[in-house]
Ligand binder design. Structure first.
Ligand code: GLN
Length: 467
C-alpha cells in the first residue's frame, strides 16, 4: 500500500476488509522507516516489536467486532511528545535515551483509535528551532532536495510516505514551517483544542500539539479523535468549533479573505511570486481578497522571542542533572551544573537560557519582559479586530526556503524566519499550512488563519477550496 496515495479512511477500510492486516501494514512500514532513516535521518527512534504487538492486538480487536477509526494507521510522533514505550529525547543530548513514565494524551487517543506509533521524529535541541539543524542526532534531510533541511522530520516522514499522520508540536512555527518545507498540510489548532499533556515544554504559553498529514481529509480524521477537553491539561478548551455555526451553511465562495500586503515585503526572492500567484488564481475564481494591514508582525516576533526565551530559561532550570537528564560526576553543585548543563545543552538552548535569565533579571524585567507582554496583548487585539471584518487571513508560512545544510547563519536570521508564524502563536489562533507552489524543487506553504475555534472550518476550506 502506498501511504501517500491512500487516505486514512481507505487504509482503515482495507484493514477491515482483510485486504491486509494491521500487522502486515506496520511490518512493511517499519522496514521502510529503517531503510529511509539511513539516508534521511527522520527518526530518533523507530518502533520495533512493540508496534508489531500493538498491530496484532488491533487485528484481534477487529475480529472481535471493535470499531477502530484509525485501525492500523501508522503515525509518527515528534520527539518532544511523551510516549512511554520509546525514548523521548526532546532533541537534547541530556535525554537521548530517556523513557517517559507516561504517554501524552494525544498519543493515547490515537492509539485507542487503533493507530500505531512507528517512530519518534527528529527535532531541534529542546524544540528551539524550525530546521532540525541543532539536533544532537544531526539534521533531517529535505525529501525534495537532500542538501536542504527538512524543517520538520514528521513532515519529511509524511512526504516520503513512511507514515500517514504525524503528531507534532508548534511553539512559534515549527509545525507550519516544516509542513511548508516538505509540501504537506499542517494544523496548529486553536490554543487548547488538543491537550498538551505530555508535551515537553519549551514555551509554556505558545507550545501546542498539532497534526500534519498529506491531505486535509486525513487531518480531519485525526483532529476529530484527538481534540477535546482533557482533565490532565487544565488549559484545554471545553467548547467545540464555534465557527461551524456561523460558517457551516455559508456559501464557501463568499468567504472574505484578508490579505496583508505589507507582510509580503520581507519575503526572500521567489516566494513573493508564489504567494501572489496563489492570490490571483483564487481571486479569479471569485474569492474575495481584501488588503489588510497587520501592523505588528515585527513587534510580535520580538515579543515572541522575549517571552519564549524567558519561559525556556525557567522551564529548563530543572534540567540540571539532579532529577532529570544526564548528570556529570561532580563534588559540588557548581561543578555538577557545569558538567551537566555545560555539556548537554546545545548552543541554541544555552543562548536562550542565558538570554531568558537576563530578560527576567531585576531591571530588565520591566524594560523587556513587561513590554513584551503589552505587545502580546496588542497583537491579540489586532487579530481580533481583523476577524471582525474577515473570515480568514492568509499569511506566508516561511520567509525563506529551507536552509542549506552547510549554511552557517547568524542566529538572529533564524529567529527572523518566524516572522509569519510567531504572531499567530501569540494570538493563540488556529492556522493551517498548506502547499501552494514551488520555488524550483522546493515546496512553499501558506497559512490559512482563522478566529479562535475555527479549526474545522479551516480544514474544510482547505478541503473544498485550496486542494
Ligand atoms: N522557530 C521557532 C523557535 O525557534 C519555533 C520553534 C517551534 O515551534 N518549536 O522558537
Amino acid at each position: 500500500m502506498e501511504l501517500r496515495k491512500t487516505s486514512v479512511r481507505q487504509a482503515v477500510e482495507a484493514v477491515y476488509n482483510r485486504e491486509l492486516t494491521a500487522h502486515k501494514l506496520i511490518e512493511q512500514t517499519l522496514k521502510n522507516c529503517s531503510i529511509l532513516n539511513e539516508t534521511m535521518n527522520i527518526f530518533t527512534h523507530i518502533a520495533g516489536i512493540d508496534a508489531l504487538e500493538q498491530a496484532k492486538a488491533v487485528d484481534r480487536k477487529i475480529e472481535n467486532g471493535a470499531q477502530l477509526p484509525l485501525a492500523g494507521v501508522p503515525v509518527a510522533v515528534k520527539d518532544d511528545i511523551c510516549y512511554g514505550v520509546l525514548p523521548t529525547s526532546f532533541g537534547s543530548a541530556a535525554f537521548k535515551e530517556f523513557i517517559s513514565p507516561y504517554t501524552a494524551t494525544a498519543v493515547e487517543k490515537l492509539m485507542d483509535a487503533g493507530a500505531i506509533v512507528v517512530g519518534k521524529t527528529n527535532l531541534d535541541d529542546m524544540s528551539q528551532g524550525s530546521t532540525t539543524l541543532s539536533s544532537p542526532f544531526g539534521p533531517t534531510l529535505n525529501p525534495w532536495l537532500a542538501e536542504r533541511a527538512a524543517g520538520s522530520a514528521g513532515a519529511a516522514a509524511l512526504a516520503t510516505g513512511v507514515c500517514m499522520l504525524s503528531l507534532e508540536s508548534d511553539n512559534g512555527g515549527a509545525l507550519r514551517q516544516g509542513a511548508s518545507d516538505c509540501g504537506v498540510i499542517g494544523l496548529r489548532p486553536t490554543a487548547g483544542r488538543i491537550s498538551n499533556y505530555g508535551l515537553n515544554t519549551f514555551t509554556s504559553s505558545f507550545g501546542q500539539v498539532g497534526i500534519s498529514a498529506f491531505s486535509s481529509e486525513n487531518i480531519s480524521c485525526a483532529f476529530e479523535i484527538i481534540s477535546g477537553f482533557d482533565e490532565r491539561d487544565a488549559s484545554t478548551a471545553v467548547c467545540r468549533d464555534r465557527s461551524t455555526e456561523k460558517h457551516a451553511v455559508a456559501d464557501i465562495e463568499k468567504i472574505k479573505i484578508g490579505y496583508p500586503v505589507n507582510a509580503f515585503d520581507y519575503l526572500e526572492p521567489g516566494l513573493r511570486e508564489v504567494y501572489e500567484k496563489t492570490r490571483d488564481e483564487y481571486a479569479a475564481r471569485g474569492f474575495m481578497f481584501e488588503e489588510i494591514d497587520l501592523t505588528l508582525l515585527r513587534e510580535a516576533l520580538q515579543a515572541y522571542y522575549i517571552i519564549s526565551a524567558a519561559e525556556a530559561s525557567s522551564n529548563h532550570a530543572r534540567f540540571d542533572g539532579i532529577r532529570f537528564g544526564k548528570a556529570g560526576k561532580a563534588t559540588d553543585l557548581e561543578e555538577l551544573y557545569c558538567k551537566t548543563r555545560g555539556v548537554t545543552l546545545g548552543r541554541e538552548a544555552r543562548r536562550r537560557s542565558v538570554f531568558g535569565t537576563f530578560l527576567l533579571s531585576k531591571g530588565n524585567y520591566d524594560c523587556y519582559y513587561r513590554q513584551a507582554l503589552k505587545v502580546w496583548n496588542m497583537v491579540r487585539e489586532e487579530f481580533a479586530a481583523a476577524f471582525g471584518r474577515y473570515d480568514i487571513i492568509v499569511l506566508p508560512a516561511v520567509k525563506s526556503l529551507p536552509r542549506p545544510l552547510d549554511e552557517e547563519k547568524e542566529f538572529i536570521e533564524d529567529w527572523a524566519d518566524d516572522l509569519y508564524c510567531a504572531p499567530v502563536s501569540l494570538a493563540g489562533l488556529p492556522s493551517l499550512c498548506l502547499p501552494v507552489g514551488r520555488v524550483g524543487q522546493l515546496p512553499v506553504g501558506m497559512q490559512l488563519i482563522g478566529p479562535p475555534f475555527s479549526d474545522e472550518f479551516l480544514v474544510e476550506i482547505c478541503n473544498r477550496v485550496f486542494r
